[in-house]
Design a protein around this ligand. Structure first.
Ligand code: KIV
Length: 268
């Protein structure tokens, strides 16, 4: 049982305001939830990346709402102090705002404190609908894995002026619609830093450089368990020994101390 005060939305906002970096990791079960919570990870993301790392699928597209609900409940049982975000899987929020509300309600009933959905533009009214009904929402822009086929693979987004302008506009719309947090995936470090400085809500980077308000990695990537060649923005925190608890403790310390990520090594 972790002895810290539970992380709340208020606390996350305070961290953003005071400049304390937010340490987030993905988590899919109770055993890891306990380890991550005790190591001081601020936010556990029940990511639909479980489709890749747990189910061995090539993408997140086939992950179902029922699977997300199951893993969210597992994580909630192992956690006591971290903030829990659950991913809304592909197909569970695109159709109507009402469908999104039903999906979000199920995930929150399993223990999520916030839900995350991917994309900008068309998502802003859905975010507003959820927020007005008491659902804290994290948005996700840049490379959005559920759109992997539409985007032509895991590519850096926002490299040219036009697409950077669109991303910025989407980020501002989502913040105005009430999103409380924004994940930025695979965008240039300079762009993410500038956007973070101008937005009122915290940004959480993954392949978005050191200038974000916090960082997230897929747990299996940062423990070197994912197989294959690691993406540029991944660091294996288990390298050099020390065990899983030490790896997670080092991750938290390095995110908060500004030692991870390093733009020149992990950025685009
Ligand atoms: O599903 C996931 O793990 C995510 C992260 C890559 C941010 O959405």
């Amino acid at each position: 049982m972790s002895s810290r005060k539970p992380v709340t939305l208020h606390r996350l906002r305070e961290m953003h305001t005071t400049g304390e970096k937010i340490a987030m990791l993905t988590c899919y079960d109770a055993a890891f939830a306990r380890v991550l919570d005790q190591a001081g990870v601020d936010v556990l993301l029940v990511g639909d990346s479980l489709g890749n790392v747990l189910q061995g699928r090539p993408s997140t597209v086939a992950v179902s709402l029922q699977e997300m609900a199951y893993h969210t409940a597992c994580v909630a049982r192992g956690n006591s102090g971290a903030w829990i975000i659950a991913d809304m899987p592909f197909g569970s929020y695109q159709e109507t705002a009402e469908a999104a509300m039903r999906s979000a309600a199920l995930l929150m009933q399993q223990g999520a404190h916030m839900v995350k959905l991917e994309g900008g533009g068309w998502t802003a009214p859905t975010v507003r609908f959820l927020v007005d009904r008491g659902v804290p929402v994290c948005a996700h822009l840049g490379f959005t894995p559920q759109s992997v086929h539409a985007l032509g693979g895991p590519r850096v987004q926002g490299r040219d002026e036009g697409s950077a302008r669109t991303l910025r506009c989407h980020a501002e719309e989502l913040a105005a619609a009430g999103a409380s947090m924004l994940v930025l995936e695979m965008v240039p470090a300079v762009f993410a830093r500038e956007l973070t400085q101008s937005l009122s809500i915290p940004t959480i980077g993954i392949g978005a450089g050191a200038g974000c308000s916090g960082q997230v990695l897929v747990l299996h990537d940062m423990l070197g368990l994912a197989g294959g060649e690691a993406l540029r923005f991944v660091r294996n925190f288990l390298d050099g020994g020390g065990g899983i608890e030490q790896a997670v403790t080092t991750y938290v310390a390095d995110v908060k101390g500004g030692r991870f990520p390093i733009d020149a090594v992990h950025g685009f």
